[in-house]
Design a binder for this molecule. Structure first.
Ligand code: DHE
Length: 496
């Protein structure tokens, strides 16, 4: 009898184990089929972020479930509720919160070992082409991971080259505009010599990287990482490693880095931590790059600055209020009414009725917030057809352009806002049915370049005054375009 019972128990156990193993296999297969292409087969990130418990501290499991089922706003993450059963989604949630047996290390040794010097010695300090070197555009084509150097007067491509996988964030220029630095989501930093059309050096600064900044004196590059939790300082000359700074909050929290920027008028880099409420200021001229910590009231997922760089304007992804931090005093000086998750990296500023205002699209609401930068009060919320992602203008143009990139039904529209009246002056559909996004003006502000974000996409050139298309260049998902002059002079109408 006892023997029989033992026998039955062991077969039940066997069945349960087999069932568990089969379920595990299904989850791993689901991960491979639906997640790995963007988040990496090893969960270390790719075009999407790393999916590890260390990086999911701010996302509670029910929210993770919702994200897998419904997608995530302001990202490329689609919803999978139509393809996966609830139990499968729950199993995926459990899977991504399971620690890896061993977290990969990417410290000084690995960074040094990755360093590639493609060009030895110096190259001529004169462009190998005739176009105005200050009116060039660097166009990032995400569709096939290339970049194009474009003549901004003739609107003709000068050179097209392969980049690292999934560049993200704006490429950053050296002070005179000769060199441009790119960061890929998988951590590669590349330095490209625009005058000689050559990649000079590359270094892998992290496994899953946020963005980079180049110091105002052109000597140092700062990289912010999601994985590992670190800031990495590189020499802007050859991208060799200077220093790794672990992103550890005052309270010991190990944190991802939200973003890094350079604040030239302050002679510093400014970074925000993502998993703890802290801003860091790092003077790039000081020995050993000391960190000044500034406590923030809320998380800072995205931020930008006023033109003087005295104030940092930041917001949390799920917060309803933005915060203004005075970088001189290190204190919060105001709150901002930002209802729908602003994309502050896209914020722009201009003078309105004698006062400086900032404007930003809101990723979850179809409106542009215009805020007085002396009182920090909302001047107007301009209603748009769809919620936008990017916004641009130029000192010489009365118009600011914003897309409907983050909406379901209006991804093909472009809103042209009159900066004087704060009204939408015109809505255009550059290519009906095709996603229109990200705008940048020429150096003189006379023309506007609009991206058609499709694999068989295009760059459309508009007359900025007549608001009419004048030229169309085929491109492979041109994600962003960056005008050398506007960037190095920190035009109020563009990102810095
Ligand atoms: Fe971006 C810039 C954060 C998703 C395309 N994005 C930035 C910057 C930040 C940021 C902090 C400014 C850094 C800089 O320029 O140095 N982006 C985030 C996110 O948190 C978010 C919402 C989620 C994520 O996946 O990281 C996100 N971004 C996207 C996309 O899904 C986009 C549309 C496609 C892509 O490349 O993955 C996208 N982000 C861009 C672009 C810029 C950018 C093109 C540069 C804009 C500029 O003109 O400077």
């Amino acid at each position: 009898m006892i023997k029989k019972l033992l026998c039955t128990c062991s077969s039940v156990m066997g069945l349960l184990l087999a069932f568990g193993a089969a379920a595990e296999q299904t989850t791993e297969k689901n991960y491979a089929d639906f997640c790995a292409a963007c988040h990496g087969a090893d969960r270390l990130g790719g075009a999407g972020t790393a999916l590890l418990p260390e990086n999911l501290a701010r996302l509670r499991r029910p929210e993770a479930f919702k994200t897998i089922a419904e997608g995530r706003s302001a990202s490329q993450m689609p919803g999978f509720a139509g393809k996966l059963a609830k139990e499968d989604i729950q199993a995926l949630v459990d899977f991504i919160y399971t620690p890896l047996p061993k977290l990969p290390v990417w410290g000084a040794d690995e960074i040094n070992a990755s360093h590639l010097q493609h060009v030895q010695g110096s190259l001529p300090d004169k462009p190998v082409f005739g176009a105005d070197p200050l009116n060039l555009f660097v166009v990032v084509e995400l569709g096939d991971h290339h970049a194009t150097i474009l003549d901004g007067d003739k609107f003709e491509p000068i050179f097209r080259f392969k980049t690292r996988f999934a560049l993200h964030g704006g490429p950053k220029f050296s002070p005179g505009g000769r060199f441009v630095y790119f960061a890929s989501r998988d951590g590669w930093i590349s330095k490209f010599d625009i005058y000689n059309l050559k990649v000079i050096a590359e270094t892998r600064a992290g496994i899953n990287t946020r963005n980079l900044a180049v110091s105002g004196d052109g000597k140092t590059v700062l990289v912010g990482n999601y994985l590992p939790h670190s800031l990495v300082l590189l020499s802007a000359e050859d991208l060799s490693l200077i220093k790794v700074i672990p992103a550890l909050g005052q309270d010991g929290t190990s944190s991802r880095v939200s973003a890094v920027y350079q604040a030239e008028p302050r002679g510093s880099f400014v970074a925000a931590l993502k998993d703890t409420k802290e801003v860091w200021e790092i003077p790039y001229g000081a020995k050993d790059f000391p960190v000044r910590r500034i406590a923030a009231d809320d998380y800072l997922d995205d931020f930008f600055f006023d033109q003087s760089y005295r104030h940092l304007i930041g917001a949390a992804r799920d917060g309803k209020k933005g915060q203004v931090i005075d970088l001189d005093s290190g204190k919060k000086v105001s709150e901002l009414d930002l209802p729908g998750m602003p994309h502050l990296g896209s914020g722009i500023t201009w003078e309105h009725q004698g006062r400086p205002v900032m404007a930003t699209p809101n990723l979850k609401e179809p409106l542009v917030s215009v805020i007085d930068m002396t009182t920090w009060q909302t001047v107007k919320q301009i209603k748009t057809q769809g919620s936008g992602f990017f916004m641009r203008s130029h000192e010489n143009s009365p118009y600011a352009w914003t897309d409907g990139f983050n909406s379901k039904d209006s991804r093909d529209v472009m809103h042209i806002i009159d900066k004087r009246t704060l009204e939408v002056a015109k809505v255009i559909r550059p290519m009906p049915g095709k996603t229109a996004a990200h705008v940048e003006f020429t150096r003189d502000g006379k023309y506007v370049l609009v991206s058609i974000w499709e694999d068989d996409g295009a760059l459309l050139i508009y007359d900025a005054e007549k608001l009419e298309e004048i030229k169309r260049l085929p491109m492979k998902k041109p994600s962003g375009k960056y005008n050398v002059y506007n960037k190095i002079t920190r035009s109020a109408g563009t990102s810095h």
